[in-house]
Design a binder for this molecule. Structure first.
Ligand code: HAM
Length: 426
């Protein structure tokens, strides 16, 4: 039997309703904050991620789906959305037309990670990027948008998550800190875990994220980033905190939070949950002022976040004790005689144009089998068309829950159903 590629999931049935629900929330909350949807291609030049996300990051180092296309160009299936958005902003000169650009996106991403619950090789993110502002108000707005999205998804959900924030200062702060960390760890290189030894050469800040027991005492003794921050960085971070406090958004400062991508500066944040085992991050983000320049553009400040949609859907299932029922078919049009098959299709089409959800028979089944199918689909009404009804220009409208039925002229079916189903006429 052919199966889906490892780490890639099919979404269907009851789970689909939960996806639709969260997708609707992404649209509504983004609109409330004045963000516009942006779509970029699934493939980008490999160089974009190598330069933007960073050669030392896990993503570029070992997780990308990269291949040569038929013309011999190296392309990569996007592992994240921030670098593509910045590439597009530079390419279309977006900041010249709109100096403060508020953008959101939703779509699939690809990372060759070890699959487990909540971690897939194709997954989806909803995210937002605020381009053009260097000020802490922008950082706070982005954190609020992330938080309000999760709040809109579920009151219970927001109680079960924790927001952690930190600041990395400017790019030069980060560089000085990087050197200090290398000095600290290199003296004890052989006692570090294998992963951390590798990171010492590629991305020493990431050693701070290690959960490996061998690394913990060295991490605890590592110099604190805080001491490397300049006055401006402290002020920026303090204002972000002030704004979050004023908005009543609870957070903790975690000065070991560094995030795995190379483009960050100043504020970084993560929203985590204890409900998903080891895949505990639901949302990650931060300010990335260096990125425009890293990918060849004029420097521009920016801040953003991404929420993992599979993790959100899993959380919702767990917290609400199951999935939402899928939206139901409302009406089945049933042909009681051979000559009613074509008119049944036409009645169905008319109702569909009026916004009613309708199924008809496409298997040339008996009237009884059609009725059974209507019941199985949990339709609320059946519209029965027989020889007598055809001759009289009417139909029998049957309420499948109460079994009561009424004869209604064909012209009146739509208003009749709209009244009974509460559907708005279009
Ligand atoms: P990230 O932390 O790599 O950040 O990913 C953000 C979120 O995507 C994670 O918190 C998680 O919920 C979800 N996620 C990541 N990898 C997987 C996976 N393999 N399977 C399922 N879910 C996953 C970024 O991608 C940055 N672009 C965020 C950002 C936007 N920073 C600034 N703007």
């Amino acid at each position: 039997m052919m199966k889906a590629v490892r780490g890639m999931r099919d979404v269907f049935g009851e789970e689909m309703a939960t996806w639709h629900r969260v997708e609707q929330i992404f649209r509504t909350v983004s609109a409330a904050f004045g963000y516009h949807e942006f779509r970029t291609p699934m493939l980008e030049h490999t160089e974009l991620f190598a330069r933007g996300v960073g050669e030392g990051s896990d993503i570029v180092g070992k997780e990308m789906y990269t291949f040569l296309d038929r013309g011999g160009d190296s392309v990569t299936m996007r592992p994240e959305m921030t670098a593509p958005i910045v590439r597009a902003a530079i390419e279309h000169n977006i900041l010249r037309h709109q100096p403060t650009s508020r953008l959101w996106y939703y779509g699939p991403l690809f990372r060759y990670e070890r699959p487990q619950k909540g971690r897939y090789r194709q997954f989806h993110q909803f995210g937002a990027e605020l381009l053009g502002s260097p000020h802490p108000e922008a950082d706070a707005e982005i954190i609020m948008l992330a938080y309000e999205t999760l709040r809109a998804v579920g009151a219970k959900l927001i109680e079960g998550v924790a927001l952690e924030i930190n600041t990395l200062g400017t790019a030069s702060t980060r560089e000085a800190y990087r050197e200090a960390l290398v000095q600290h760890f290199v003296a004890h290189r052989s006692t570090l875990s294998e992963d951390s030894q590798r990171r010492l050469d590629t991305n020493p800040l990431r050693i701070l994220d290690s959960k490996h027991p061998d690394d913990q005492s060295l991490i605890a003794d590592a110099p604190a980033l805080r001491t490397y921050l300049d006055e401006a960085a402290h002020m920026h971070f303090d204002t972000v905190r002030l704004l979050l406090d004023a908005a009543g958004i609870p957070y903790t400062v975690n000065d070991r939070l560094v995030r795995g991508l190379d483009y960050y500066s100043h504020t970084v944040f993560e929203i985590t949950t204890t409900q998903l085992g080891s895949q505990n991050a639901v949302c990650g983000g931060g300010r990335y002022d260096p990125l425009f320049e890293m990918v060849g553009g004029t420097p521009a400040p920016a801040v953003g976040f991404s929420i993992g949609v599979e993790r959100l859907v899993l959380l919702l299932e767990q917290m609400e004790g199951g999935l939402q029922p899928p939206s139901r078919v409302q009406v089945a049009v049933i042909a009681l005689a051979e000559e009613a098959r074509l008119p049944a299709q036409l009645v169905a089409l008319r109702l569909r144009r009026d916004g009613v959800s309708v199924i008809t028979d496409v298997q040339r089944r008996s009237a009884k089998a059609q009725l059974n199918a209507a019941v199985k689909e949990q339709a609320q009404y059946a519209i029965l068309l027989g020889t007598d009804e055809l001759a009289a220009g009417t139909a029998m409208v049957k309420n499948l829950a109460t079994a009561s039925q009424e004869t209604v002229s064909v012209e009146r079916i739509s208003p009749y159903l709209q009244q009974h189903l509460g559907v708005k006429a279009r």
